[in-house]
Ligand binder design. Structure first.
Ligand SMILES: [Zn+2]
Ligand SMILES: [Zn+2]
Length: 112
């Protein structure tokens, strides 16, 4: 999420899944969902491995996704650091596709 001052200027941005503060000079990028929800590329890689490759998260289908705010009947990844942080398979795939199209991201989806 973005933390802003009353005048709207940005204080800092943190991953909604691991709580890490985004470092503009660091290796991780942040993908933004609806209403300023953020997932860092480290969390995205873990989520992709568990849900898209290993097929886990089916028991969380129907939960509210932190990024798209919809209750999709799709497998979801739940952050081990934040029970409220869930991301659905659709958002995981969309974020992965967006990152791979950006040559500057340097992100590669995990392989099985
Ligand atoms: Zn994270
Ligand atoms: Zn979603």
């Amino acid at each position: 999420m973005h933390q802003t001052r009353p005048d709207g200027t940005l204080i800092r941005s943190t991953c909604d899944f691991c709580g890490k503060e985004w470092d503009p000079h660091g290796a991780d990028l942040m993908i933004e969902g609806h209403q300023g929800a953020l997932i860092c590329t480290s969390c995205l890689s873990v989520a992709y491995s568990h849900v898209a490759i290993l097929g886990e998260g089916g028991d969380l289908a129907g939960a509210k996704c932190t990024l798209c705010l919809e209750e999709r009947a799709q497998p979801q990844w739940q952050s081990p650091a934040n029970d409220a942080g869930k991301v659905c398979l659709r958002c995981i795939k969309q974020a992965a596709t967006a990152l791979e199209k950006d040559p500057e991201s340097g992100w590669k989806r995990p392989r099985a």
